[in-house]
Design a protein around this ligand. Structure first.
Ligand code: GRF
Length: 228
């Protein structure tokens, strides 16, 4: 695209964000857009819960938001069809699940194949489902983390785009672990979306091939750290 003053302007990715809760990931994505790390726009925020704090966050930022309460629909498919219609009406290119607490059915997924991403607060495939941070803490892991992945028909299962690992101390409470994981979620989610915006992601079976990805080095997160 060329602007009025003749400058070249690259096309920005239109995001449709689905969220149900606090919305800190939504905020992290919006902040990354504001400061230029992420070449995208949030075309619409769709929320399924009246009381969700994310709604106020979207309004404060002047982002188009829609409340579509799932409880008003007779089944998952009709709700998902309404959500998919709203996403398409807003021109969504990539669907971003950011704390969206509904299972996504084919009625929605099939309209955004390989164009829907999710963040899960665990190093998948460990600790799928709800309360992943508490599951990890209860299990006594030394390393927890977060995963951004494409969404497929199984819960917390699609091809992995980016993961972050965080150390955990024995007996740490789930809330502390959650906060440490969340801080990394706020870094990796905008980054993964920017990789998609740049057209650098290709799904090859279970693998996500990232164009221009540096080769892994020999560094490691070791928990507890070795003092010698
Ligand atoms: C995050 O922990 C995310 O990994 C999970 O739901 C939580 C959403 O938090 N899918 P927020 O609403 O973004 O603060």
């Amino acid at each position: 695209m060329t602007t009025a003053d003749g400058q070249h302007e690259s096309k920005r990715l239109a995001l449709g964000v689905l969220a149900s809760g606090t919305g800190t990931n939504f905020d992290a994505i919006a902040a990354a857009i504001d400061d230029g790390r992420l070449q995208a726009d949030i075309a619409v925020l769709i929320c399924n819960r009246t009381e969700a704090k994310v709604l106020a966050k979207a309004k404060t930022r002047g982002i188009h938001c829609l409340l579509i309460p799932h409880a008003e629909f007779p089944d998952r498919e009709t709700f998902d069809t309404a959500v998919a219609d709203a996403l398409e009406a807003a021109g969504t290119e990539l669907v971003v699940l950011a704390g969206f607490d509904r299972i996504v059915t084919a009625a929605l997924l099939d309209r955004f194949t390989n164009r829907m991403v999710n963040i899960h607060p665990a190093l998948l495939p460990a600790f799928k489902g709800t309360d992943a941070q508490a599951q990890a803490a209860d299990y006594g892991v030394a390393i927890a983390g977060a995963t951004v992945h494409f969404v497929d028909e199984h819960m917390d299962h699609g091809p992995i785009i980016v993961q972050a690992a965080v150390p955990v101390a024995p007996g740490e409470d789930a809330h502390t672990v959650q906060q440490r994981i969340l801080a990394q979620e706020h870094r990796i989610y905008p980054y993964a979306i920017q990789l998609f915006a740049e057209g650098r992601l290709r799904v090859d079976g279970r693998n996500v091939v990232i164009d221009g990805r540096p080769a892994p080095d020999d560094s490691a997160l070791i928990s507890p750290p070795i003092p010698w």
